[in-house]
Design a protein around this ligand. Structure first.
Ligand code: NFS
Length: 660
């Protein structure tokens, strides 16, 4: 009886429609292979398991043992939880916990980078060193550290102590508040949301979501903002700046993206995760002559090091290391059978990787004490001797290469892209060595060639057509003269679609195209990993400082989007953009019931308080329309809409001419 039931359930399991699941050809090819091989991936599990509708709308509270309490999402004010918690309390508490977790992930990563920096400065770690002392001096000076006539070591020591406050500060403002435009900071001070140390903000937010503490959604939202800001202008920003100082500030590199970067006749090693130190050390390992010799002795032509997800993006930006794909391709890449070893550190690592790796004999290693995975081998990365870990991974990859049993199928597609823009490089690119500044960008926005700026970032998600929303949204934005800044998985979606090259300028509207062609830049600028969203914040602050586009970030003709988000980190990012003054639109789903008071506050009320606001739609064209409408609203408020109208007319006229 049980068996029959099971059999029936199996038969009824929905079939994955691969062509509807992804526009990424290589991922699709590997999904077909996975099905032939009888291997299950997150795409299959997403079809098999419907999201819980109550959870999806945040209509349930399980923060104490009087519950879990379920409210009615269709009639959210009909009931309360057992303690009397209303839907607004429940939703804001759930949302707060997402922000706290996302912020904790970024800030813990940032703190780990800062720990590494301290040990390098103290001479306790010698495998890494300060690679960009000029950036160290610049950023140190920016946060008020005396740099004139001082040694790099002295500056670095003070820099460490100052930045440590980003995490531990009990009272008062954190160092990078010095970067925030005056009027934006004024709003935060008035609203009581200037962040203290991230540890305190995360702790307080979690405290306030405990049963019987903060039960006023407006007050909870204050702490949500404060905590998110301690991520964006705190933990994440430190992660980016320290990584640049230790490993080098990115400048654009031409490199290849997509699964075609794997090489059948090489030992293929993939590093996937978020912290650059594992990857940096792996780069040394794969260049070690004795390991290369060992690979050749095993019959390989050499060792091929490839990145995935965010640490892949850091290495792509700094060293031009090829990249195999984003979050939704991490299981699929193993299905090629060509991956001899995959090493991971933290964040966005699917537990499912372990069983897929098992199916194909790929050696799968966790390396960070924070992230062990059942079934994966753990080789701890000790920063005092990182090569011990990375050499071991390469050695085991070589053994696996030698013993490859299953046929290898590598999809033959890769796209050349130019990525690795940093805030510093944009400065230089636009203004040149002697007058580097954002003035040309502001001028081009004011004269209407560039309509505005959009940050398109975030994850990919098997609940929607993989890569499709990112690509369609960005195409629509650049077609309408919106310059797009990118990070994370989104950047890889666009790179695979060929939009991260200067040649993609022909897809832009006439104004943006002209600027791109003059400067020789792509209409889509890849700024790196998800923590590097802080580069977008710095760029926004710089645009305000240069002048002509208002006094606060909220005045800028700018918008943000995470059209295929899935992680709590994305929610923290969205919230720090909103708190910074940016209209931020998310896709897929939004974990709050529409028309509740908390929803109205996030989607409307925050803007009235001087912040940005949230938006939501799953349709990329609608998303572009919402963002452009917002940009135009800001242009109007700045009094620069007239310039744009003229250019628009010219552009339309030119198009007519072209069509004729
Ligand atoms: Ni960011 Fe999303 Fe993960 Fe990176 Fe990719 S999934 S929130 S982009 S890899 S962090």
């Amino acid at each position: 009886m049980e068996k029959t039931k099971e059999g029936k359930a199996k038969k009824e399991a929905k079939k994955l429609n691969i062509r509807e699941a992804t526009i990424c050809e290589t991922t699709a090819q590997m999904l077909e292979k996975a099905e032939r091989d009888g291997v299950e991936t997150s795409f299959h599990r997403a079809v098999d398991m419907k999201p819980c509708p109550i959870g999806a709308q945040s209509a349930c509270c399980k923060h104490c043992a009087m519950g879990p309490c379920r409210l009615n999402a269709k009639d959210p004010y009909a009931k309360t939880g057992v303690c009397g918690a209303t839907i607004d309390t429940i939703e804001s508490r759930n949302f707060a916990r997402m922000v706290a977790t996302g912020a904790a992930a970024h800030t813990d990563h940032g703190m780990a980078m800062l720990d590494l920096f301290r040990e390098v400065v103290h001479g306790n770690i010698t495998d890494y060193r300060i690679k960009d002392p000029i950036k160290l001096q610049d950023v140190a000076a920016e946060i008020g550290i005396e740099v004139e006539g001082r040694s790099i070591e002295d500056i670095a020591n003070d820099f460490y102590s100052e930045l440590e406050r980003t995490y531990t500060q009990v009272e008062g403002e954190i160092p990078f508040m010095k970067r925030v435009p005056e009027k934006t900071l004024e709003t935060w001070r008035k609203q009581g949301v200037v962040p203290r140390g991230a540890m305190r903000e995360v702790m307080e937010l979690l405290h306030r979501t405990h049963i019987g503490v903060d039960q006023d959604y407006e007050n909870i939202t204050k702490q949500i903002n404060r905590c998110a800001l301690s991520d964006g202008w705190g933990g994440s920003m430190v992660a980016t700046e320290i990584s640049d100082i230790l490993f080098g500030t990115p400048t654009p590199v031409r490199t290849e993206v997509d699964m075609g970067v794997l090489k059948e006749d090489h030992v293929n090693i993939i590093i996937h995760g978020h912290e650059p130190n594992l990857f940096e050390s792996m780069l040394d390992s794969v260049n070690d002559p004795s390991l290369i010799r060992a690979a050749k002795d095993a019959g390989a032509e050499g060792i091929n090091l490839v990145g995935m997800c965010c640490s892949g993006l850091e290495m792509l930006s700094r060293h031009g290391i090829p990249h195999a794909g984003n979050f939704q391709s991490t299981e699929e890449v193993i299905v090629t059978g060509a991956v001899d070893a995959m090493g991971v550190d933290i964040q966005c690592i699917k537990q499912g990787l372990s069983s897929v790796a098992d199916c194909y004999g790929t050696r799968f290693f966790t390396t960070n004490p924070r992230c062990h995975i059942e079934g994966a081998e753990h080789i701890a990365l000790d920063e005092h001797n990182p090569r011990k870990c990375t050499d071991a991974i390469v050695e085991m990859g070589i053994v696996r290469f030698k013993n490859r049993k299953l046929p290898v199928e590598i999809p033959q597609k890769k796209t050349t892209s130019v990525m690795g823009f940093s805030h510093e490089y944009i400065n230089y690119m636009l203004g040149g060595t002697f007058r580097s500044s954002y003035t040309p960008l502001n001028d081009n926005i004011i004269n209407g060639r560039i309509r505005g700026v959009a940050g398109v970032v975030g994850c990919t998600n098997p609940r929607i057509k993989h890569d499709w929303v990112h690509v369609e949204l960005v195409k629509e934005l650049i077609r309408n003269d919106v310059l797009v800044l990118q990070t994370g998985c989104s950047q890889i979606s666009l790179a695979k679609a060929g939009l991260c090259t200067p040649e993609a300028a022909h897809l832009a509207g006439a104004g943006l195209r002209e600027v791109c062609e003059t400067v020789g830049m792509p209409p889509v600028l890849g700024l790196g990993a998800c923590v590097d969203n802080s580069r977008i914040l710095i760029a926004a602050a710089e645009m305000v400082k240069v002048g002509g586009l208002g006094d606060s970030i909220a005045d800028l003709p700018a918008a943000g989007a995470a059209p295929e988000w899935m992680s709590e980190k994305a929610i923290s990012i969205g919230q720090y953009f909103v708190a910074s003054g940016v209209y931020t639109v998310f896709g897929v789903t939004f974990p709050i019931i529409e028309e509740t008071k908390f929803h109205k506050l996030l989607f409307d009320g925050l803007e009235e308080l001087g912040f940005g606001k949230w938006g939501f739609t799953i349709d990329p064209y609608e998303m572009a329309r919402m963002m452009i409408e917002h940009i135009d609203k800001k242009r109007k408020a700045l009094g620069i809409d007239k310039a744009r109208e003229r250019v628009l007319f010219d552009m339309a006229a030119r198009r007519d001419l072209e069509a004729a």
